[in-house]
Each structure stands twice: as C-alpha cells, then as structure tokens.
Design a protein around this ligand. Structure first.
Ligand SMILES: CC(C)(COP(=O)(O)OP(=O)(O)OC[C@H]1O[C@@H](n2cnc3c(N)ncnc32)[C@H](O)[C@@H]1OP(=O)(O)O)[C@@H](O)C(=O)NCCC(=O)NCCS
Length: 156
C-alpha cells in the first residue's frame, strides 16, 4: 500500500470518481451526490496510486459519531486489500479524534462489504427495511456500527 496516497477529494476528481462508482455499483450515486459531499459537512477522500484513483471514501461527522456514507474500490483493484487499508486508516483516525461510534448502512445482499466490515470490527446493529432501491422493489440495509468508546474504556 506504500504507493497509495490519500488526499481530499476535489471537483477535478469527480469524473474519475463517478466512473469508479458506476463500474462498481448497480445503483450508483449521481455526480450531484458527490458534489454535495465536497461541502463543509463531509470529509471526502480519494486514494491515488501514481496519478490514477483506486478508491474513495466519504464520511460525515455528527457530534461524536462518524457515518461512513460511501466506500468504493475501483473494480479492477478490488480484492487486493485496498478497501481494508482505507477502512483501517479511517478507524484509526476516528479513535484519535475521540469518536465514540462509527455507523454505516450496507445492502443486505452485499456480503463482500459486510465481510470486510465484520473483519474490521463492526457489528450488525439493526435492519432498515426497504432502505435501498433494487431491481425489483426495495432492498433492506444492514445498519452496522463500531463502538469506539468501549475500546477506549479498556485502554484508559
Ligand atoms: C467492498 C469493497 C470496498 C471492499 O474493498 P476491497 O479492496 O475489494 O476489499 P479487500 O481486498 O480489502 O478485502 C477485505 C475483506 O473483504 C472481504 N472480501 C474481499 N473480496 C471478497 C470476495 N470476493 N468475496 C467475499 N469477501 C471478500 C474479505 O473479508 C476480505 O478480507 P480477506 O482478504 O482477509 O479475506 C469493494 O469490494 C467495493 O468497492 N465494492 C463495491 C462498492 C461497495 O460495495 N461498497 C460498500 C458499500 S456499503
């Protein structure tokens, strides 16, 4: 992972980000969704390997919580540990910032992402019924969380 550099997402990244999003998702975010996340209320990062983007991650901080809104690895680079690398970096920083809870939603059918989150230390918290659009009707989201306040209790 030494050649991968994280930097804030900027407007010039949007075309490449959108391409990665569309290649990796059946129901991709729109360009406007990403543009909105360049605003002050979000933290949006791209991961750059020698000038080409291999992934991105979008967060929203609300008080002592972080909501992971989007994480995606360019489809040809998936399965090489990049997603875990991006996630672990985010978790470490949240710990340093005294964040108490990280939450995310993931499609019930997205076992790959769920496996990634479980291995990184997330737990299933609840189900949000019909949260996502689907080919036929709607699909449930699994709400997953990582309680960082618990881990701090044992360190302090
Ligand atoms: C989910 C995603 C971010 C994972 O990133 P990645 O770089 O492919 O994942 P990694 O290579 O870091 O793998 C981390 C873990 O994910 C799981 N994983 C990765 N590829 C997998 C596969 N083909 N099948 C099952 N689990 C898999 C494994 O648990 C793996 O850990 P391991 O290698 O120790 O077994 C990436 O696949 C992606 O962008 N998918 C499309 C967008 C998406 O679904 N985003 C999540 C929305 S909630």
């Amino acid at each position: 992972m030494n050649d991968i550099v994280r930097r804030p997402m900027c407007e010039a990244d949007l075309a490449a980000v959108l391409q990665i999003e569309r290649d990796a998702n059946r129901f991709p975010w729109s360009k406007q969704n990403f543009a909105d996340c360049l605003g002050d209320n979000y933290q949006s990062f791209v991961f750059d390997a020698s000038g080409s983007l291999v992934g991105y991650l979008i967060l929203q901080h609300i008080l002592d919580e972080v909501h992971l809104l989007n994480i995606c690895v360019q489809h040809q680079h998936q399965g090489k540990g990049i997603g875990r690398y991006m996630l672990d970096q985010m978790i470490r920083e949240a710990q340093q910032r005294q964040v108490n809870l990280i939450v995310l939603e993931v499609r019930r059918s997205n076992h790959r992402a769920q496996q990634l989150y479980i291995q990184a230390g997330f737990n299933e918290m609840s189900i949000r019924r019909g949260y996502y659009p689907a080919e036929q009707g709607r699909e449930d989201a699994v709400l997953m969380g990582m309680d960082l306040s618990l881990s701090r209790m044992f360190v302090d």
